[in-house]
Ligand binder design. Sequence first.
Ligand code: FIX
Ligand code: ZN
Length: 419
Amino acid sequence: MTTQPSIAISQMDSIVGDVLAGTSFIDIHTHLFTPALGSLGLWGIDELLTYHYLEAELFRFSPITPEQYWTLSKSQRADLVWKTLFVDNTPLSEASRGVIAVLDALKLDTASNTLEPLRAYFRKQTLDEYVPRVFRLAGITHAVMTNDPLDPEEAVRWTRGIETDPHFPAVLRIDRILNQWSAHHDALAAQGYGVDANAGGQTMRELRRFFADWVERMKPVYMAVSLEDTFLFPVDDIRTRLFREAVLPACREFGLPMSLMIGVRRLINPALRLAGDGVGRADMHAVQNIALEFPENRFLISMLSRENQHELCVIARKFRNLLPFGCWWFLNNPSIVEEMTRERLEMLGTSFIPQHSDARILEQVIYKWRNTRRTIGPILARSYKLLIADGRNVSRDDVQRDVNRLFRTNFENWIQRAD
Ligand code: FIX
Ligand code: ZN
C-alpha cells in the first residue's frame, strides 16, 4: 500500500491530466512505417488531407464525383479537400479538427487559404529529426506497424533486408492469406512455398514454414487480421482450417499473440476506394468459440461495431486469453470513446488497452493521442473520485501505475513469450 498522500477530489482532474501528459504511450496499431521502408511511410500536408476519412467527408460536401476525383493528382486532391472542408466550410468533424490540431502543434497557420506555405514547411523536414519530434508531440515511444508479407511493394523491401527500428515494431498482417486464400495462394507459391488452392497436401506445413521465415525477417510483436462482420468460427471452410492448422499453431510456436479486428464491411461503396469501407455488427459467438478452443493462444480483440462492445466486455470477463483493445476506426470519436472506456473500466478494471491511433499518416499520432488524453482523462478521474467516495484513498502512484498499465504494460506483458 502506497505511503503517498492521497489526492483530494478537487485535484483529481488536474493530477490525472498531468500523469497522462507525462506518460509516453505505446501505439499498438498503426499503418505507419519505419523510415527504413522508404516511400511506404506517408507524411506531410497532402497526405494528411487525402486521408480516407476526409475523402469520405469531401464527397458529402463537394459536387465532384469519385471518378472525377481520382483523375486529379495528389496535390490537386489535397487542394480540393482543404478548400471544401477547411475554407468553404468549418472543420468540425473529428478528422478535420485533427488536421487543425496537427498544424497548430507544428506552429503552422491553421486558416491559410492556400496550401503552398504549408507545403514549403513540410518540404524542409528531414525524417531523422522529424519522426522523433512528432513522437514527442504525440507522447508516444513506439508506433506498431502493419506489415503485409504478400504486399509486393513491401515484401521486396523486407526480402532485400531492412534495418529493424525499435520505435516501429513490426506486425505480421495476414488478411490476404486468411480472407482471400483463393486469390493469394499463388503469391505464396511464387515465394517458393508448396501450397495449393484447396489448402491440401503439404499446404499447412509450408504455410508454417512461410510464417517461420517472415517471423525471422520481421521479428513481429504479434500476428493480425481484420475480419468481416459476417465472420463465423468454426465453419467448414479453408479459413477455419488455416486458423486451426497453421496460424494459431505458429502463434503458439513463436509466442505471438493473434490480433482479431472484426466487423468491417469492405468496399460497401467501391467508388470511394479506401474510403468505401463500412461496418456491421458481428456475431460474437466467433470470438467466444476461438477463445474457448485455443486457451494457449493470446488474442488482441477489437470490434468495429458499437453494438458489439458490451458483449466483448462480457466475453473478456470469461476468457483471460482475450485482451480488448482500442476504439477502432468509426468508433474513434470522443463521444463513443467516452462510452466505451467507462464501460470497460466498470467491467474490466484496467485489464484492457483503451486506444490505438490507426494512424496512416505520421503526423496523425499528434491529434489522435491528444484527443485520447483529453477524452480519457475525465473518465479515469471520475472513476477515482467514485473510489474515494466509496472509501478508498488514491495516490499519484496509483494513478501512474494504472496509466502505465493501460497504455504500456498491458501490451508489453501480452507480447512477452509466456514460456
Ligand atoms: O484494417 C485495418 O487495419 C483498418 O484500420 C484499416 O483498414 C482502415 O482503412 C483504417 O485506416 C482505419 O482507421
Ligand atoms: Zn488499421
